[in-house]
Design a protein around this ligand. Structure first.
Ligand code: GRG
Length: 297
């Protein structure tokens, strides 16, 4: 029976949205402004790709969504923190995100910085709280270390630093892959890995999933670069064409659209090959690979 991906995504997105609402501090809780700012950006929507990948990673090794839900929420909080900080005037200086004004436009820069900091901190607390749902709580240490690595100066922060320092310069293809692998792919890879780890996946299963995650993550960013050229702001929920205006290092700028598309497709096919040994339980991740290629937002 073939997988109905739209239904799969809608069902898991609904579970994630409900869990996010429950883990975020209630709006009126002191200090109210920062809690309002946190809820504003997290509950603005978004595809919820990273938490769904945590769930799909768990399911691929025989696990269940509720076992990994606190960590799935943690991945969305880390992702949202990175978006809030990336949109700040000191970084990309963007006005729109997820179809609404960016966090600092509504709450001011200080509160946006603090809301991002608080989301990152809350995320690690949620992973710790996930200990009560797993068979072997020692696995939590591995997930915390993995998540810290993927988010920090060898992962997302590193990618962002090199990205900022490369603006206006012509970078080599290797440098571009270096930026994309850290800025975007690291968090996508760790989402899948964390799900598989928490659900008790074997070393080989976690390896297959990680290798697929690397490729899915890089392809995701290449498609993001393409959408910034070809997409429209209303569908994207953010301002299209901003990479070119800011003279960012992107795949279309360096390789052209056609080569970029082919590279994304090839990476996604490689990801699917890596997932093959996992069999039917990995069907949702396989389908997500095609979704990444075809997405319009
Ligand atoms: C500030 C430490 C720090 C890092 C920022 C994530 C990031 C690094 C910058 C955001 C801008 C950008 C192009 C990031 C690449 C990752 C990406 C494509 C983010 C958008 O992810 P989607 O499409 O967004 O999954 P939704 O809103 O659907 O969750």
């Amino acid at each position: 029976m073939s997988l109905d991906l739209d239904r799969y995504l809608a069902e898991r997105r609904a579970l994630v949205d409900q869990a996010l609402d429950a883990v975020l501090p209630v709006e009126g809780t002191t200090p109210p402004t920062v809690h309002k700012a946190m809820r504003y950006s997290v509950l603005a929507g978004g595809k919820r790709l990273r938490p769904i990948l945590v769930i799909a990673g768990a399911e691929a090794v025989g696990g269940r969504a509720d076992t990994v839900m606190p960590t799935a929420c943690a991945l969305e909080l880390i992702h949202t923190y990175s978006l809030i900080h990336d949109d700040l005037p000191a970084m990309d200086d963007d006005d729109y995100r997820r179809g609404r004004l960016t966090n600092h436009k509504v709450f001011g820069e200080a509160m946006a910085i603090l809301a991002g900091d608080a989301l990152l901190t809350l995320a690690f607390g949620l992973v710790a709280a996930n200990a009560s749902r797993v068979a072997d709580p020692r696995v939590i240490c591995a997930v915390v270390a993995d998540l810290a690595h993927a988010s920090g100066t060898d992962g997302m922060v590193c990618g962002q630093v090199v990205d900022i320092e490369s603006e206006g310069k012509t970078v080599t293809p290797d440098t571009l892959d270096y930026i994309h692998s850290r800025k975007t792919a690291a968090l996508i890879r760790v989402s899948l890995r964390a799900g598989a780890f928490l659900a008790g996946g074997s070393a080989a299963q976690v390896r297959w999933i990680s290798e697929a995650g690397d490729r899915l993550g890089l392809a995701f960013q290449i498609v993001d670069d393409i959408l910034d050229v070809e997409g429209d702001s209303a569908t994207l929920g953010k301002t299209a064409g901003s990479d070119e205006r800011k003279r960012k290092a992107t795949y279309p700028a360096l390789h052209g659209l056609e080569v970029s598309r082919k590279r994304a497709r090839a990476l996604l096919d490689e990801a699917k090959e890596r997932l093959a040994p996992l069999g039917p339980p990995a069907a949702p991740i396989q389908a997500l690979a095609d979704f990444i290629f075809e997405r319009r937002s």
